[in-house]
Design a protein around this ligand. Structure first.
Ligand SMILES: [Zn+2]
Length: 119
């Protein structure tokens, strides 16, 4: 796996953990009506520990950027590029982004989110 892909994967994992932690604290999520809506303290601790473990592996400058974007949008920090469009703000990305994406971590020029390509 390339370094770019590895970092993007870490950022995606981090985002998922952050959303899990957010869900656990959300009253709306509890209303959905799962049988045991209150997560055990064990699980909260595990998720927090895993989050810290993943964050440790992300390059500091990327982590800073990640935290900023997460704070701003509350989720969907790392988004898929769909047929040349940003999956976060839906603008058509300049074509050089597609070329750069294999060697660099790229952020949308409009919304700043991290971009990844499925293909
Ligand atoms: Zn965007």
């Amino acid at each position: 796996m390339t370094k770019v892909k590895a970092q993007i994967n870490l950022l995606r994992t981090l985002e998922e953990l952050d959303l899990i932690l957010k869900d656990m604290a959300s009253p709306a999520y509890k209303k959905i009506g799962f049988k045991s809506p209150k997560p055990t303290l064990d699980f909260v601790k595990t998720a927090e520990k895993e989050r810290a473990h993943i964050a440790d592996q992300v390059e500091p400058i990327l982590l800073q950027k990640y935290e900023r974007i997460m704070k701003r949008y509350g989720g969907r920090v790392v988004v898929q590029v769909i047929n040349g469009f940003c999956g976060g703000c839906f603008i058509k990305l300049p074509s050089e982004y597609i070329t750069r994406s294999s060697t660099d971590i790229t952020n949308c020029p409009n919304c700043g989110r991290f971009l990844y390509w499925v293909k």
